[in-house]
Design a protein around this ligand. Structure first.
Ligand SMILES: Nc1ncnc2c1ncn2[C@@H]1O[C@H](COP(=O)(O)OP(=O)(O)O)[C@@H](O)[C@H]1O
Ligand SMILES: [Mg+2]
Length: 303
């Protein structure tokens, strides 16, 4: 359904764009219907850049991203983009920033209505909204007609997922959507993702919480400096991490409810052995993987 092939992203940085920053390097990955793929990596490893490229918010410097066979990087014009967003939606870390504080929270539904369903009657629309609110396990009485500040982060996050469900979405990019929620709400939102997966949605799940993230995900991708260090069935990656970086990362998070800030601090205080970047030879910025066991791949230089 979603396929990234040799995707690179180089940002121009510095005062006059004089230097470059390699945010994503030679990433290949696939998300199938009904599959949750976790993107795991410390801050700055390129997770959000991958999410943004999939959502068409920034273009890869090299490589292709296809969704149901269509090249996402070549969507032309308003019509094609709109059609794409009918099937692919993103939800991000900070739910408050997705709502305008001066309007009621359910205005986000109206925006979908005006762009995608202008001809639906009020009664039918109301039914549709109540239906998706039920799907995300919210009580309409608690969330409709409320301002964002009257709702919790978890409620807002679920409203954003409900909004996406008004469309015929097939792929959801969830970028650290549970990181700002408290522990019990995190589990509720993860259960919701599991429901969506049951309905056949593909989910690219940028995760923050390694201890909970693995619980819904079918496959995990460990990113290190923009390149895939390891990719495989989640259980295999967590039980038998093969890349030294994955081992290090996973050894830092045995406890439940540990924050990413704590993990980052520990990684900074106790850096992993410096891995050789997956560069095959000078000037070659490919990051090849080898298949160590069925479906379980490791960066070539890291065995
Ligand atoms: N718009 C941008 N311009 C320049 N550099 C960027 C931009 N967005 C992200 N970066 C850099 O790219 C790298 C990867 O960032 P990001 O994808 O946000 O990582 P993550 O989500 O894993 O924390 C970081 O070094 C970040 O500073
Ligand atoms: Mg990010």
């Amino acid at each position: 359904m979603l396929e990234l092939s040799h995707v690179h992203k180089v940002y121009r940085v510095g005062a006059f764009g004089g230097s470059t920053l390699r945010a994503v390097r030679d990433v290949n990955l696939v998300v199938k219907p009904g599959e949750v793929v976790s993107l795991i990596g410390e801050s700055g490893s390129g997770k959000s850049t991958i999410g943004k490229m999939v959502l068409g918010l920034t273009k890869p410097s090299q490589g292709t991203i296809t969704f149901e066979g269509k090249d996402v990087t070549r969507l032309r014009g308003f019509g094609e983009k709109k059609e794409y967003y009918r099937h692919v939606q993103g939800v991000f870390q900070d739910p408050f920033s997705s709502f305008n504080p001066i309007f009621k929270a359910d205005r986000v539904f109206e925006m979908i209505r005006s762009s995608y369903f202008p001809d639906v009657s009020d009664a039918d629309w109301r039914e549709k909204v109540l239906d998706v609110i039920g799907t995300v396990r919210l009580d309409p009485a608690n969330v409709l007609n409320k301002y964002p500040h009257q709702l919790s982060g978890g409620q807002l996050q679920r409203l954003l997922i409900a909004r996406a469900l008004l469309l015929d979405i097939r792929l959801l990019v969830a970028d650290e959507i549970i990181s700002m929620l408290d522990a019990s709400t995190r589990i509720d939102v993860l259960n919701l993702l599991a429901d969506l997966k049951e309905r056949g949605l593909g989910i690219l799940f940028v995760t923050h919480d390694l201890s909970l993230g693995n619980y819904v995900s079918d496959r995990s991708v460990i990113l290190r400096k923009g390149a895939i260090a390891e990719l495989g069935p989640t259980r295999r990656v967590f039980e038998n991490p093969l890349h030294p970086y994955s081992r290090h990362l996973l050894s830092c998070v045995p406890q439940l409810h540990r924050t990413w800030a704590e993990v980052d601090a520990e990684l900074a205080a106790n850096p992993p052995e410096d891995v050789v970047l997956p560069t095959v030879s000078e000037g070659d910025d490919s990051a090849p993987l080898v298949e160590a066991e069925e479906g379980h791949f490791v960066g070539i230089d890291q065995r």
